[in-house]
Design a protein around this ligand. Structure first.
Ligand code: NAP
Ligand code: GDD
Length: 331
């Protein structure tokens, strides 16, 4: 039975990945931070088969201890300060967790495997996945973006992810660690945090329909993203670690849509005209915006055999339906 350690287990992707690995008969451990993390109970209820291990990406020793205790075959590093606007308010914390946290994970692997510059980890057992991001492309040089597209991050979060990406590549090249970086485009689900735009919209559409909310205030409605379903994207993470050689992969649908298209579909799904309820306010604008992201996931399709199964329209409907159910006490 293979063993996996997931950091960021309490996040959107952590729960989907844990479910996927459990369905493949993995023994799954999830790293949880804090002495009384309120999301611990959520994991214990939603994923009773996941073993919880304590640790924090800010604490090197805790990561070494976690790896020594769990003895994983695969590590998925999903933990991060992941909400882009927070990264302008807390740039140092973002750099520490989202950037240097990756280094701490890799150092923990290097130390546990006994690898050094003169003794690479040739028979290394642990395979490492780093959750890189399309935010690294930022002010894009070309459209669509693939593994060769240069990075031009536009937020402290994006800058930290670029560090995480290159330190992953560097530990692979320096120490022979089986380290992969998945450059994932936006992926959403009913489990998406309510601060992200898709969930903010699906939740508002449901609440406005039910008379629980009067209006929805957003920022830039013109931004375009390549939105997919998180449940599809965690399959790509796992596939990367099953390949004969470690490598980096772009993962996305290849289709971009404007924020206003997401709004339009969500409100139409509940029989409302969005123009009657939605307004834009500069309080939700960003100091530097990423206008347009579209994935060229040819490599993931060809080498991993990966493809998405949920369309943009299906994703919007799935999220609005889930929020309607949640708002009427059905979840
Ligand atoms: P998420 O829902 O925001 O989850 C983030 C996770 O990181 C949470 O479990 C959080 O734990 C954990 N975390 C934060 N600080 C930590 C620390 N100091 N030590 C240990 N854990 C810590 O994010 P997600 O959407 O699942 O995304 C997963 C990863 O993929 C992230 O690295 C994100 O940047 C990246 N990514 C996401 C997308 C996307 O569209 N979703 C696209 C590209 C890349 P708490 O519950 O304790 O806060
Ligand atoms: N959150 C939010 N709230 N975004 C808004 C709003 C609003 O009220 N109004 C407009 N937007 C626009 C943002 O300006 C951005 O252009 C777009 O909607 C998407 O914003 P988010 O949903 O917050 O996601 P993100 O693209 O910034 O970041 C997500 O995807 C990245 C991958 O590209 C996060 O999951 C990151 O962690 C991830 O790396």
């Amino acid at each position: 039975m293979p063993t996996a350690l997931i950091t960021g287990i309490t996040g959107q992707d952590g729960t989907y990945l844990a479910e996927h690995l459990l369905s493949l008969d993995y023994r799954v451990h999830g790293l949880i931070r804090g002495q009384a993390n309120p999301k611990r109970q959520l994991i214990e209820t939603l994923l009773p088969d996941v073993h919880i291990v304590e640790g924090d990406l800010l604490d090197q020793t805790s990561l070494i201890n976690a790896i020594q205790r769990v003895e994983p075959d695969e590590i998925y590093n999903l933990a991060a300060v992941s909400f882009v606007p927070v990264s302008w308010n807390q740039p140092e914390l973002t750099g520490e967790v989202t950037g240097l946290g990756v280094l701490r994970m890799l150092e923990a692997i290097r130390l546990v495997e006994g690898a050094s510059a003169s003794r690479p980890a040739r028979n290394a057992r642990i395979r490492f996945y780093q959750a890189s991001s399309s935010e690294m492309f930022g002010k894009v040089a070309v459209t669509p973006q693939n593994e060769q597209t240069p990075f031009y991050p536009r937020s402290p979060y994006g800058v930290a992810k670029v560090y995480g990406h290159y330190i992953t590549v560097n530990y692979r090249e320096s120490y022979g660690i089986f380290a992969c970086s998945g450059i994932l485009f936006n992926h959403e689900s009913p489990r998406r945090g309510p601060e992200f735009v898709t969930r903010k919209i699906s939740r508002a559409a449901a609440r406005i329909k039910l008379g629980k909310q009067k209006e929805l205030v957003l920022g830039n409605l013109d931004a375009r993203r390549d939105w997919g379903f998180a449940g599809d994207y965690v399959r790509a993470m796992h596939l990367m670690l099953q390949q004969p050689e470690p490598d980096d992969y772009v993962v996305g649908t290849g289709e971009a849509h404007q924020v206003r298209e997401f709004i339009d579909l969500a409100f139409r799904h509940v029989g409302l005209n969005w123009q009657d309820y939605v307004r834009s306010d500069s309080q939700f604008s960003r100091p530097a915006e990423v206008d347009h992201l579209t994935a060229d996931a040819t490599k993931a399709r060809q080498k991993l055999g990966w493809q998405p199964t949920v369309s943009f329209e299906e994703l919007v409907q799935m999220m609005v339906e889930a929020d309607l159910k949640a708002e009427t006490g059905g979840r």
